[in-house]
Design a protein around this ligand. Structure first.
Ligand code: PRE
Length: 358
């Protein structure tokens, strides 16, 4: 039997299964439309991160294979995105331009059926979400090899918005040019963080080519597409957007390099069953103050997953502490711990509770 003859019945099976999947997807979409009508009656929020996290976790838990859990989640993320868009298309502001890891974070969290708005600064993302021009904003919080994004932490302190979700994405950097070679290249451009994250590779392999920090990796990719003498260090989606060829993939020094993003918005996410809570605290400048400040966490059996300090910038050596704890502010033991923290702290701000990233 020829290959085509062997494939024919298998493809007929796939066609028939696809028809069933299509019918079921539309059946699901019609139910989502009904959900949309119910929500519209009470102006209830369309995007419900805790519900989406529950659906994705449940699909991974129930997945019998051979599909891998992560791929099943990617598929269901897009199904929910498309269903959500039938209720209302959510607009999300992010730190642009197109082709940055921030844009990738938007699609990883919201799926493709969103209106993603590229902003020119982190401040602008906050403004768009505060003013309601966008339903949500996505801002970088921390990179695993380069540390926190100070501007985001400062703005989180001032904003009236809450953190309604978290996204963690692997950051893979590639060296890319128009031609796919380094012939004639006189300059390598990238955001300063990307240059820092790939400096070992660049020092070893391109020691004589000048490096230039630019506003974003997306901007570097755009420059490389305009100028045959420029190479960009960026994520491959930026390269695809600007028709660049990969000279070398995965040149970042840390193969496990990740960036965490926060979703900011007016929504206060309800418990999903596996959540995280972010807060900012400060204490009077006294011996033992930080130790005492955090005592309520241990006393109430609440785990701290992150602790970051930032100078308060008030001329004194005082600090704001950015703390993440496991659990939701509505969980009894977290609520107790937070109440006690509040009484000890000179400053206390709850940034939000949201599903722990998948
Ligand atoms: O359950 C809801 O509230 C829905 O609107 C449905 C749905 C889904 O498609 O499963 C879509 C959007 C929400 O963010 C959560 C889930």
């Amino acid at each position: 039997m020829t290959t085509d003859n062997k494939l024919k019945p298998l493809r007929e099976q796939i066609d028939s299964i696809d028809a069933q999947i299509l019918a079921l997807l539309n059946q699901r979409a019609r139910v989502a439309q009904e959900v949309g009508h119910v929500k519209a009656e009470t102006s209830a929020p369309v995007f419900r991160p805790e519900r989406e996290a529950q659906v994705l976790r449940s699909m991974a838990d129930r997945n019998p294979g051979p599909l891998v859990a992560h791929d099943v989640q990617t598929i269901f993320r897009e199904i929910m995105s498309a269903c959500r868009a039938l209720e209302k298309r959510v607009t999300v502001a992010y730190l642009g331009p197109v082709g940055t890891f921030s844009e990738q974070a938007v699609y990883q969290q919201f799926g493709r059926a969103v209106d993603a708005i590229a902003c020119t600064s982190i401040d602008e993302v906050f403004r768009a979400a505060e003013a309601g021009t966008a339903d949500f904003g996505v801002v970088p919080v921390e990179n695993s090899s380069e540390g926190v994004i100070n501007r985001t932490l400062d703005l989180l302190l001032q904003t009236t918005l809450a953190i309604s979700g978290e996204i963690s994405i692997p950051v893979h950097l590639s060296l890319m040019t128009r031609s796919g070679t380094l012939d004639g290249i006189t300059q390598i451009c990238a955001h300063s963080q990307a240059l820092a994250q790939s400096q070992v590779w660049l020092n070893m392999n391109t020691p004589t080519i000048a490096r230039q920090a630019v506003a974003s990796n997306g901007e570097a990719a755009r420059m490389a597409s305009d100028d045959p003498q420029v190479a960009a260090v960026a994520g491959e989606i930026a390269g695809e957007k600007y028709n660049l060829q990969v000279v070398n993939a995965h040149i970042q020094d840390d193969p496990h390099n990740r960036t965490r993003f926060a979703i900011i918005g007016r929504l206060h996410t309800t418990p999903s069953g596996k959540d995280q809570t972010s807060l900012v605290l400060s204490v009077p400048n006294k011996p033992g103050a930080v130790y005492n400040l955090l005592a309520p966490l241990a006393a109430n059996d609440v785990s701290m997953t992150r602790f970051e300090s930032r100078p308060a910038r008030m001329g004194t050596w005082e600090y704001y502490f950015y703390v993440d704890v496991e659990g939701h502010a509505q969980d009894a033991k977290v609520a107790r711990a937070l109440d006690e923290l509040k009484t000890n702290a000179a400053f206390f701000k709850l940034l939000g509770s949201y599903p722990a990233s998948l």
